[in-house]
Design a protein. Structure first.
Length: 94
């Protein structure tokens, strides 16, 4: 059985192999949310509702993570509680 090339260097000191990300289909909620994060840096549920008409941002982020997009959750406080902000994690190249 042939080993995929990205697994060839797994465990080698000094080499970080990132999983391949998959671009969502165009003009979908996944594509819109990903583009928003790439262009503006991050997104909150309120921004997703106002700008993209996406009402279940956490579900979209879950699906993007399943496509190997490195998204981190930042908890931001506000009056009465907290809310999540999602941001693409910077991945070092090389």
């Amino acid at each position: 059985m042939e080993t995929p090339q990205r697994d060839m260097f797994a465990g080698v000191p000094g080499i970080t192999v990132q999983p391949k990300t998959h671009r969502p289909k165009p003009n979908t909620q996944l594509d819109q949310v990903l583009s928003f994060m790439q262009n503006r840096g991050s997104i909150s549920s309120l921004e997703a509702m106002q700008h993209l008409r996406v009402f279940r941002l956490a579900a979209v982020v879950f699906e993007l993570r399943a496509l190997n997009w490195p998204i981190v959750t930042i908890t931001e406080p506000h009056d009465g509680g907290t809310h999540a902000r999602y941001k693409l994690r910077e991945v070092a190249s090389g």
